[in-house]
Design a binder for this molecule. Sequence first.
Ligand SMILES: Cc1cc2nc3c(=O)[nH]c(=O)nc-3n(C[C@H](O)[C@H](O)[C@H](O)COP(=O)(O)OP(=O)(O)OC[C@H]3O[C@@H](n4cnc5c(N)ncnc54)[C@H](O)[C@@H]3O)c2cc1C
Length: 203
Amino acid sequence: METRSPTDRTRVRRLPDRGAYDRETIFAILDTGFVCHVGIVESGSPVVIPTAYARVGDDIVLHGSSKSRLMTVLGGGAPACVTVTHVDGFVMARSAFHHSINYRSVVIFGRGEAITEERAKNEALHAFMERLHPGRWDAVRPPNPQELKATAVVRIPIEEASAKLRTGGPLDDPEDMTLDVWAGVVPVVLAREAPIRHVPEHA
Ligand SMILES: Cc1cc2nc3c(=O)[nH]c(=O)nc-3n(C[C@H](O)[C@H](O)[C@H](O)COP(=O)(O)OP(=O)(O)OC[C@H]3O[C@@H](n4cnc5c(N)ncnc54)[C@H](O)[C@@H]3O)c2cc1C
């Protein structure tokens, strides 16, 4: 496993034992998700936008309308902060204070860069679809030149990044251990359910 040192911005200060900086941990968290939150500052005002992403090698790639503010700002090289979060469980303690959440999350600091070359753009869009449904790209009509033009793709390098993970049960105070109250973890999962076929009205 490659060890990476945190930077001044990525060093986890609050509960540092939960922090990790190696690519293996960070990539595993990123590869489990498909929605991130991207923070940018525009005209002096911070804004955080949720959007889909995929990891392509050492980059996070995002896509959107060529007219989108987020894509325009990031494509112009703006600094951004991207987060990805998975909730794994609700941690029920014996006191209100010690309730918690089990999670895996990543924070990435980096600058956006527009991907304009057609092959690289297609590769990024392919990665998106593979993330949602493996094999789907080969089954559907590929984007035509107009659609490609209407779609902006940006990359953000996963260089300055941290992961933070909480696992396990509640950390109750010793004097609370004998309280007559249920304590433990309620696991939380995000699940795919049975697909619902779309039938055209005049089929
Ligand atoms: C689902 C979920 C629920 C949470 N709920 C709470 C809550 O209710 N209250 C609360 O105080 N905290 C909560 N946290 C933890 C929270 O994300 C922060 O870690 C914590 O609040 C400390 O923030 P800070 O800015 O003081 O951290 P610092 O340790 O000062 O942050 C320094 C650097 O550490 C890294 N870092 C910090 N947090 C994370 C993270 N979560 N993932 C990856 N890198 C990180 C970043 O690079 C950051 O710039 C929750 C986390 C998750 C994922």
